[in-house]
Design a protein around this ligand. Structure first.
Ligand SMILES: NC(=O)c1ccc[n+]([C@@H]2O[C@H](COP(=O)([O-])OP(=O)(O)OC[C@H]3O[C@@H](n4cnc5c(N)ncnc54)[C@H](OP(=O)(O)O)[C@@H]3O)[C@@H](O)[C@H]2O)c1
Length: 509
């Protein structure tokens, strides 16, 4: 039963007026992991929520596969397996009627000639208006080939009014130099306003809520500075290992894979000044300012830790070490854990460390931003009364159990004056009945509508790469051994030692 028949099945979407106009999406990498798990289900969920136009056309580009001459079934299976909003057969049939496929290698001109015919056909048969977004969900080494061929086939432009946009998946390069090179290649084909770099963290409701929390309320912003905040921790922990993706991960590592993009974007949103408007230009300006003021405290040697998970017991299973994983060299120096100790050179944040850590095979899967406040300048209660009270902490929980928690001291009921930490909790699941869209739904819709605020710009990426490059260069060339940490722990001793320099300890999320 669909939400049209029973509104309780799916709560009304208050963004319903944000419906994409006539358009098509050309998906390179149709058969890939990301397309199957995220992109195809997100497209269906958008259609199911009535946010795609009836003319919407999905053109999947796939290289020939033995025994498959029709990828329709594969696309449909991926949708059935991954859709969040339940399968409505009529919506699915309608969406699949607009599915087209182009089979061919991405390095071959012929593939793009076929694609060109398919786009022209969809324009007349389906009424796409010549509006197409090209989604490059493919290995980065193929980006230049695909972009070059799109240009050579004249697909980057439409002679009439139709728009062309390109969506690029991370990683945007391997370091600062390659990021600039990639950007030159993309800019040779598309205008800056036509380029949408996907950092799916920015599509998450909880990440967008950082701006709402800070700038739509009066309570937080006056305290959001070094007069009241002691330090900030940003954690992105996974409890799994490289799980069959060792080939991709080796040579990349945690700092490049998630700190360069997701964690530094979270830092920018947490620390930036209030933008003058919710426009791409104003947001970009503030993020760039704060990222350009961000630096390792002291030296990169004392303020960064790279490490790898060792073999050991984790939750009842004996797991292999990173170096023991299939496809990983015995002497690999790739970081499965990285921690940074950063400072921000501006009036608001001088003296407040921002501790970032990301890793695999840690204690649990969690992403959060924790702001720990200073202790009161004068303590009115006795030390005994305060024995179970720590500094106030505001935790923005990005995933799972999305929400915000505020921890503060409160009197324990009874005849004695004793205090204890308690929490005030906001959880998305409890507070809202509205459906929470997946990040990819929001981002694909925004691309089809040409709305840029949630997409990072090249300068932000370059500033982030410049920072991450300092750590990767140091750890790739130092004689120091890469520290090892026990699976299921919160990282190596060196990461704890780094915080001990400031007399602090990491939170246990
Ligand atoms: N997977 C994730 O969770 C994730 C998350 C964030 C970002 N990303 C990024 O998204 C992109 C895709 O990742 P993925 O995990 O989906 O990769 P993947 O599973 O390896 O899929 C890559 C896709 O590219 C196709 N392909 C590779 N070489 C080709 C060639 N020469 N000609 C035509 N097609 C070719 C593959 O086709 P075949 O099936 O025929 O090999 C497949 O459809 C990457 O840039 C990745 O970094 C992925």
């Amino acid at each position: 039963m669909s939400h049209w028949e029973n509104p309780l099945v799916m709560p009304w979407d208050s963004r319903l007026e944000r419906v994409a106009g006539p358009a098509g999406l050309v998906l390179f990498g149709l058969t890939g992991d990301l397309s199957k798990r995220k992109i195809l289900p997100a497209i269906y969920d958008l259609a199911h929520r009535g946010l795609l136009p009836p003319s919407f056309t999905l053109i999947g580009v796939a290289r020939p596969k033995k025994g498959i001459d029709d990828f329709t079934k594969m696309a449909e299976e991926a949708i059935r397996a991954g859709a969040n909003t339940g399968i409505d057969e009529r919506v699915l049939a309608q969406l699949m009627s607009g599915f087209r496929q182009v089979i061919g290698d991405y390095t071959s001109e012929e593939t793009f000639a076929k694609l060109s015919e398919e786009l022209a056909r969809a324009e007349t048969e389906r009424g796409t208006g010549g509006n197409y977004a090209f989604y490059l969900a493919i290995p980065p080494k193929l980006f230049p080939h695909v972009l070059k061929e799109l240009k050579a086939a004249g697909l980057d432009r439409h002679e009439d009014s139709g728009w062309r946009r390109v969506m690029i998946e991370k990683p945007f390069g391997h370091d600062l130099a390659s990021s600039k090179e990639l950007n030159d290649v993309v800019l040779d084909v598309f205008e800056p306003s036509e380029i949408f770099r996907i950092d799916h963290y920015l599509g998450k409701e909880t990440v967008q809520n950082i701006l709402a929390l800070r700038f739509a309320n009066e309570l937080y912003e006056p305290l959001w500075n070094n007069a009241h905040i002691d330090h900030v921790e940003i954690t992105m922990a996974e409890d799994i290992g490289v799980a069959g993706r060792g080939g991709y991960y080796d040579g990349v590592g945690a700092a490049r894979d998630v700190i360069q993009n997701h964690l530094l974007q979270l830092l920018a949103l947490t620390a930036m000044e209030e933008p003058t408007a919710f426009t791409p230009q104003a947001l970009r300006m503030e993020k760039e300012k704060v990222l350009s003021a961000t630096h390792f405290i002291g030296s990169v040697e004392e303020s960064s830790v790279f490490a790898q998970y060792d073999a050991g017991w984790q939750g009842g299973d004996y797991v292999t070490s990173f170096r023991g994983e299939e496809g990983i060299a015995d002497d690999s120096r790739t970081d499965t854990f990285a921690a940074f100790r950063l400072g921000i050179n501006n009036r608001r944040w001088a003296g407040v460390p921002f501790y970032l850590r990301a890793g695999k095979r840690l204690g649990r899967r969690v992403t959060e931003i924790a702001l720990t406040f200073r202790t009161p300048p004068f303590q009115f209660f006795s030390n005994e009364a305060m024995a179970n009270v720590n500094a106030n902490t505001l935790v923005i929980r990005i995933q799972p159990e999305e929400g915000v928690t505020f921890k503060f001291g409160s009197k324990v009921p009874g005849t004695q004056t004793m205090l204890r930490d308690v929490t005030m909790d906001f959880g998305y699941g409890h507070a809202f009945t509205e459906y929470t869209p997946e990040a990819y739904e929001r981002l694909i819709l925004d691309v089809l509508m040409g709305e840029e605020p949630l997409f990072p710009q090249q300068t932000e990426l370059e500033l982030s790469w410049a920072l991450v490059d300092q750590a990767t260069n140091y750890w790739e060339h130092t004689d120091r051994e890469i520290p090892q940490y026990a699976p299921g722990s919160w990282g190596p001793q060196e990461a704890h030692d780094m915080l001990a320099l400031d007399g602090r300890v990491w939170r246990r999320p």
